[in-house]
Design a protein around this ligand. Structure first.
Ligand code: GTP
Ligand code: MG
Length: 225
């Protein structure tokens, strides 16, 4: 046990304390699962309404995840914080993660706008990696939101990360993530070439997304879509 880990939840020789701390951690993860459900429902409601109103779905699918204990531990450590319930809640914004995959680029902004306008949602942070893609080609619209969740002990403000992207952006990001994380490509020879090739793929996806949007706008001049 290193000194820098001292006083964290894991640093206790007392089994009773360890059991109590584990229960507290499980309780917190339950709260994040509920947060994800609340946000998912809000998105599904919007998608449902759209399908009745405009006869199409702006959302293709929604994926959710709760950050794994090991990733929570590693991220807190990277930021220089101890592994405690308070630090998880105060320092991490992405324990609850919701990924919204949309049909068209304008659907992303429509969904983001409708979510932002809901009066129980507070937008903490926005990152528009669509207007400003990451240098590697990554594109998505990221929102950190805070939402009240009602538990028996009362109303608790909970944070969640919502990533909104098109099918094309999701296709690229999912494959890039697999290639980058599984193979440690940063360390291999010819990494520059590979990152250029990934960037080219990202450009091809941008062209496709823009073209699909253009076709939608063209059809939209005649039909309300
Ligand atoms: P994290 O420490 O990773 O949470 O980064 P951050 O706090 O700077 O947030 P940012 O908004 O940049 O990224 C958050 C999340 O977006 C990541 O956890 C990924 O899910 C996704 N993401 C960001 N950059 C990339 C990328 O280059 N490739 C892929 N595939 N996903 C990315
Ligand atoms: Mg993250």
């Amino acid at each position: 046990m290193t000194k820098e880990n001292a006083n964290t939840w894991l640093d206790t020789p007392d089994p009773q304390v360890f059991i109590k701390n584990s229960a507290k951690f499980n309780d917190l993860m339950m709260m994040y699962r509920c947060t994800v459900r609340e946000v998912r429902t809000k998105l599904e409601v919007l998608n449902d309404e759209f399908s009745v109103e405009y006869k199409r779905n702006p959302i293709s699918f929604i994926k959710t995840r709760i950050k794994k204990p090991e990733s929570i531990y590693k991220k807190l450590k990277k930021l220089g914080y101890e592994f405690t319930a308070e630090n998880i809640q105060n320092q991490l914004n992405d324990v609850a993660g919701i990924r919204v995959v949309c049909a068209f680029i304008d659907d992303i902004y429509t969904i983001a706008d409708l979510i932002s306008k809901q009066d129980d949602i507070t937008v903490i942070q926005l990152k528009d990696y669509i207007k400003n893609p990451k240098p590697n080609g990554y594109r998505s619209y990221h929102m950190i939101v805070e939402i009240p969740v009602f538990f028996s002990k009362g109303k608790t403000p909970m944070r969640a990360e919502i990533q909104i992207r098109t099918n094309g952006m999701d296709f690229w990001a999912t494959l890039e993530h697999q290639l980058r994380y599984k193979q440690n490509i940063e360390e291999m020879d010819g990494y520059t070439e590979v990152s250029d090739e990934l960037l080219n793929c990202a450009r091809a996806v941008i062209d496709m997304d823009n073209e699909m949007q253009r076709i939608k706008d063209k059809i939209g001049q005649f039909h309300d879509i």
